[in-house]
Design a binder for this molecule. Sequence first.
Ligand code: DGL
Length: 276
Amino acid sequence: MPDLTKNPIGIFDSGYGGLTVLKAIAEELPGYDYLYLGDNARAPYGNRSFETVYEYTLECVQQLFSMGCELVILACNTASAKALRNIQQKDLPLIAPHKRVLGVIRPTTEIVGKYSKTGHVGVLGTTGTITSNSYPIEIAKLFPQLTVHQEACPMWVPLVENYEMATAGADYFVEKNLNSLLTKDKNIDTIILGCTHYPLLIQNIKKFLPEGITLLSQGDIVAHSLTDYLKRHPEMEQKCSKGGKFQFFTTDSTENFDAAASLFFGAEVKSKHLAL
Ligand code: DGL
């Protein structure tokens, strides 16, 4: 079991995608303790209902709280789109008023206006994220002049979760969805990878991405935003323990998780199983 005297920063994703965020955060904010939870047994979340994503996410957040986390990052767009608001507004005041849960959509929308010159932006995400309309809604609040088109990519997360990235099948679905997005609007010059799994398909995406289009992936964006958050909230910064320790938990097989996660994380990962 984790060292419960410590207060690691919790990073949650349905599966492997959040590792792309943890990697960037740990590079920018070394020295903190981190606890990663991948709900691989129930991934992908992307095609699940609002109620189910909310129920699973809340369960995982409560689990991370019980393991000592004072601050949890939902490193998952689907969970950020479907569960974050309820958790922040409804659950936290009742279950843990001094703890915090942050998502990945807001930090991404805060910077998108800086990148697009044409004013036309594309968003790729899971079916859940796209149908929630979270990106167009949030972008319209901050950059009402931007035109936003979206494309759901329901096969991309399963391809990553099943370690099928270097296959013709992965290329097929990446090309199909990318073309479909760009056909909707020929002036798109900036594409948000609105799912933390998608950087793991970056080689496939680059094969089919026309020149001159900027891809925004969320690892660095979320890392900068967390750095800023900790500066603005010294009371939370002081609570986060600083032993430089990483702990990984998965709700599925640790053997499978360790093999894939070590490659995605770029360092050896030894996870423990967590039954929810
Ligand atoms: N990484 C999650 C996201 O950012 C994937 C969701 C899923 O499990 O489908 O949306």
